[in-house]
Design a protein around this ligand. Sequence first.
Ligand SMILES: *Cc1c(COP(=O)(O)O)cnc(C)c1O
Length: 380
Amino acid sequence: MTSGVRHAEVVVDLAAIRANVATLAAAAAPAATMAVVKADGYGHGLVPAARAARAGGASWLGTAVLAEALALRAAGVDGRILAWLAAPGEDWGAAVTADVDVSAYADWQLEEIAAAARAVGQAARVHLKVDTGLGRGGVMPADWPTVVARARALEAEGSVAVVGVWTHFAYADAPGHPTIAAQLAVFDEALAIAAAAGLRPEVRHAANSAATLTLPAAHYDLVRPGLAVYGLSPVPEVAGPAELGLRPAMRLQARVALVKAAPAGHGVSYGHTYTTPVPTRLALVPLGYADGVPRHASGAGPVRVGGRTVPVAGRVCMDQVVLDVGDAAVTAGDLAVLFGDGSQGEPTAQDWAEAAGTISYEIVTRVSPRLPRRYLSEEP
Ligand SMILES: *Cc1c(COP(=O)(O)O)cnc(C)c1O
């Protein structure tokens, strides 16, 4: 297991991603599954995550920005891909040429997309997004009839094909929250307006990981899980990964760079926020906030080393952290595990999220590209 780890690495188990997607696809059926691979596959690697998700049964892939979708195409990933986030002046022609579905939530955006499609000579596949209550992207319900009418006209002209109508929840991670039913009602109304205007979308979609796992009423024709693809729980207060049939795919580990004895009363790391209470041993681990270890987890983030789990002693630095390992059997070169799937007693990304006052999404997506990724269980 230590082979090949020079100083620190991210290990990604692609078999876990395949199995997680199979679990999600089974939960969603008969709805289809779109595995969300934005943000470099939530830090796991865009292309390997996408291929593993396809192998697990994802007929769709979802990205935030178009550059991510085009990178998938450049790597030879085929099949349906939706990229949903754009700014004015987006290279819509590239999306159409690369056969990438795009999203629209404003009139001006539809006009830009249609102009590019006419130039390329091929209809753009568009998913119209409605803001049913998240208060982020999407057409406000008041403007929905106008945008729908314009989309229908552009469809009749042949420059766009409205293949999707979709929305996103504010509170899917709080099953039973009243906004969920309210958003579903607004979505159903928006779908009825689209249908009355003559739109016949192939897929209606709303569910992220939490809704895929806890809210069948939100599955419609397609679900869009992200976090759960990587084996993390989108509802950590309700259920852990194992209870949801998921397994975390990412492991972050490093070799201990130095172990040394320190007397009682020795200040540790910048600002001496930790002082050794008794004579002890300090271990230096070569991972810091530049690698994605949150500085907010100073004094708290758990690390498994020498058969025990200890919190980071003092501040997290840019490239390193210090552990007070006492009399644990730790020597330089041993592996220190910040997080993994928890099966060997190591902490999880969820534990780090709690130590840093954030969510597991942020822990895995911020693991730095400077760390090498090592992939386990690649498909032949
Ligand atoms: C990120 C994202 C998802 C996936 O959300 P998870 O909570 O990670 O499952 C789905 N839809 C949209 C629009 C997103 O931005």
